[in-house]
Design a protein around this ligand. Sequence first.
Ligand code: MIG
Length: 791
Amino acid sequence: METSLSIHPDRFQQARPREYRTPGNVLGVRPSEGGAIFACERGLLHIRFYDHDIVRVSFDPKNREMDARSHAVCLSPRATNVEREETETAMFLHTRTLTVRVDLSPVRVTFLDRKTGAVRLAEPENGMLFAASGEVACRKTAEPYDHFYGFGEKAGFLDKRGERLVMWNTDVYAPHNPETDPLYVSIPYFMTLRGGQAHGIFFDNTYRTVFDLKRDSEIWFQADGGALNYYFLAGPGPKDVLRQYTDLTGRTPLPPKWALGYHQSRYSYETEHEVLELVETFRDKGIPLDAVYLDIHYMDGYRVFTVDRDRFPNFEGMVRTLREKGVRVVTIIDPGVKADPEYAVYVDGVRNRMFCCDVEGNVYHGPVWPGKSAFPDFTSGRVRKWWGDQHRMLTASGVAGIWNDMNEPSVFNESKTMDLETMHDNDGRPGTHRELHNVYGLYMARATYEGLLEQLEGNRPFVLTRSGYAGIQKYAAVWTGDNRSFWEHLQMMIPMCLNLGLSGVPFTGADVGGFAHDTQPDLLVRWTQAAAFTPFFRNHSEIKCARQEPWVFGPRCEELVREAIRLRYRWLPQLYLLMEEAASTGIPPMRPLMLEFPEDPVTYKLADQFMLGPNVIVAPILRPDTTHRAVYLPAGEWVDYWTGERWEGARHILVQVPMERIPVFVRAGSALLEENVRASTAEPADELILHLYVKEGAFHYRIYDDDGETFNYSKGCYFEATGAVTLREGCLSVDERVLCSAWRPHWKRRRVVVHADGQIHTVKWNGRDVQAFRSGNGAGGRLEFDVEVWS
Ligand code: MIG
């Protein structure tokens, strides 16, 4: 807690400007593969295209060419046709879409549109800087109407203009305020929206980095060490930037279906009996459930890869019983290994040099849950393999997913992490913790993912992580850490997940109900309703606060929470379809409106509502005692999911929201998939419901399904169909085509529900007339009919 003393005038000193140096003039240029190398008076500038619309810039004051290795980038440069053009004063590198101009005296880098010659991103004079301390910095020209998104996991609102953001993975239990920074995950990447067009910068530097977006006319990004190494992603649309960024750093593999169900957690469910009873209660009460989490109490004295046999005498049996009930178990694993000479993991780790050491070779120890602990050096492939292998004792018992916590790494000391001089092997290129701190969590998640991949016999791993760096999406889902049961934190969940999604991480969510602080029934209801539409959906709360399972506040609250969870299960095929698209495009299911409507300035800061896919707007209630809210509907026609009422967009509307509802709007001229609700995803869905929100004209839909569990889909074993829907003068026709039927979905019935606002006199399905019946009442005219399941 601070008092007014902290703003005493004597304490307020302007930071002294650093003694920055500049590269000076270019002395010589030579062409290099996919680009060129510029020898400057001080330092070396290396430019290389990774594709026609992705270009890497690396300036190193120590004259090193660009480093071929990256902790995040998995794209090898694609063969790109680069034309070089030299004038007296500048060198131009052209691809078919992008031009990089390098002015020679002094050196300066500008990105331009190849076709129009328009400047996409400019640098002021002295745009590249470095200091004797090893610091590097870059300045770029900003426009007054620029908006900035991404930056991974950040508190506060959607548009980061006016902020100064730090990347240094940090365990923050409290507070999570709009100004709390940094948090657990560092993704030194952002997207600029400039007058409807977008470009991206990925500053691939693992040292502590800072992004200064406070100034009107320029932005800064700066790192404590390493090279000034960044990628310019040319867009031109925001979705193009996301595609380019995820081309570079990878995409989330399709998760198992169960990972998209409802998950229940608590710090901690402490005994076998408690866990079994918990699951029984879900089943008795008809509340769907796919996973239960075991927090640190399941271990023996917080020793990772052990089980407390007093609390869980028949751990394997418990996991098996739960699995039979359709519920998976996810166990927590922290990086800290208890320093205990009678504990095999520690002994083995010390003897085989698996732990981080100082440069002289002494194991680094720091206090965490188990007391004095050592920390595996995940930057080494050898250690990752060893760590991955440890999971066998869990996977052999049937554990289906792993939850990586404390992997910033968090240490209970003054600096909150390991000593900065601690060394990492970094696969043979040793570096300090100062350099590699930000990738510790990334490599732990990778070790876990790769271990599970080997052990789960062809089933898709599920890893949840608290910490990460750019590229974390390849290995894990990310939850936003220790929030609290505050309405403000329900509000903050939306921009936090949206910016993670814009940073390449689609599989995200917050602790539903709030982790710390006692939740309240109305907050739990509203939170569950909102989170039913976030990709990761887990209720979690801490040891010292009130319990928050769906039923603890009595029957009324239980009923509302159950309905919200059931709504999630209805929507599962839609979410799965969107996850499948995210896996191939990088575009997240949960997205800000600006991603779909980059030309509409009303969407630029909008973060109290979001989209699920390209056609659904979700506008949760984010305040107590609120039964109305304003919803912004962008241009187009929108259909109220609950009432069928139609709204012309490009305006705000006021909607009435009773406690049992969450406002949802579907774009007219699009489709939605639903299934019958089940106790868990382990039960096959019997029925697929295709909702067609029609309007005069035509649109397409897509259906996707696979076994939901294995990687067979990647070998072609999936189901895919597309449909073309046309409505003309009361005649509706749908033509559906199966593109792949190597996988046979479980659906036994197929229902089509047509939401229209006018008379439909004829319905044709694949050219044949069908008899549809009218259903529903109120504003929405609905027609329903069944069609044959694909044979
Ligand atoms: O701060 O394992 O964010 O979800 O329940 C304690 C106990 C360490 C922090 C995680 C939280 C988890 C808790 N952990």
